[in-house]
Unconditional design. Structure first.
Length: 299
């Protein structure tokens, strides 16, 4: 991101302290000091474009321009390429003009079969994506299919490695249910190689009643990309699904990302739009909340 974009983003969030008020205030002073980081340590900030899926379909370029204006460093794709569906190089040039990188892409396993693998990889390489993440797969949620699914993940990981790209999997709450004295997510982590990316979705971990920091710390240097989503268990009151207005201890998550996760990208994802907010408005509120948390964490 250019200095100008960072400067604008900081100015905007400086006036929105209410968006994340209390994130550090819930800690005592010693804990606050213990979690302080240098600004240069904070990973770059991306946005999962599923957050604005309907808006993107109506106005692809306008939506990306709005994303850029919010101060994001990058985008993570989820299958919508607008008028550039068959022109990844053209899309890369357009993103460059907006000062946006590609942090990664969600790609379903059916796009990575032997028949489609080369075509799929070629597209994302031209787009400049450093990794592909499988967003979900029913086989990861059932005892009858988890072992064969992990075997397939490992085969694709080897093929992806030969192409110079990272490969990984993204969790929902469904993979965080008990399996063999742990969870399906833990089974995937334990039975895939160290360079297999575990894209932890913080919101779904919270929804499942799990501590996201525990999972980041449990698998060092594997949370290369993390989904920053505000979500919480059913029955939570007086909170909103917006970063800074939810239940997540975001400073602790970011600290774990930096110190243990090997995290390169904080990927904001917005799937709920409270108070009548549009998709872009909700993303902007969560982005400002995250910016303010980072300001407090690095001061």
């Amino acid at each position: 991101m250019t200095f100008f974009k960072r400067f604008l983003s900081t100015l905007v969030c400086a006036g929105l302290l209410t968006a994340c008020n209390g994130q550090l205030g819930t800690r005592d002073e010693d804990n606050q000091r213990a979690l302080l980081l240098e600004r240069s340590q904070i990973p770059a900030i991306s946005v999962q474009l599923w957050s604005v899926n309907h808006t993107l379909k109506k106005d692809f370029k306008g939506t990306l321009e709005a994303i850029s204006a919010m101060g994001f460093d990058a985008v993570e794709f989820a299958g919508d390429f607008g008028p550039y569906r068959d022109d990844p190089k053209g899309l890369k040039r357009y993103l460059d003009s907006l000062d946006l990188q590609v942090s990664g892409a969600h790609v379903k396993m059916r796009e990575l079969t032997d028949e489609k693998f080369e075509q799929t990889v070629n597209f994302y390489q031209q787009l400049g994506s450093p990794m592909m993440i499988v967003p979900s797969d029913k086989r990861a949620e059932h005892a009858e299919t988890i072992e064969s699914f992990v075997a397939e993940l490992n085969r694709v990981t080897i093929k992806m490695r030969s192409k110079g790209m990272r490969f990984g999997f993204h969790n929902h709450d469904r993979e965080l249910v008990p399996y063999k004295n742990s969870t399906y997510w833990d089974y995937i982590a334990a039975n895939t190689p160290e360079d297999f990316v575990l894209q932890l979705d913080v919101g779904w971990a919270q929804y499942a009643g799990k501590d996201p920091v525990t999972y980041i710390n449990r698998y060092p240097n594997r949370t290369i990309t993390t989904h920053f989503k505000a979500k919480y268990p059913v029955g939570t009151y007086n909170k909103k699904p917006l970063i800074g207005q939810d239940i997540t201890d975001w400073p602790a998550v970011i600290y774990a990302n930096v110190k243990k996760g090997g995290t390169q990208w904080l990927v904001l994802e917005q799937e709920e739009y409270p108070d009548g907010l549009t998709q872009l408005e909700a993303v902007q509120v969560s982005k400002k909340g995250l910016d303010n948390i980072i300001i407090q964490l690095t001061n």
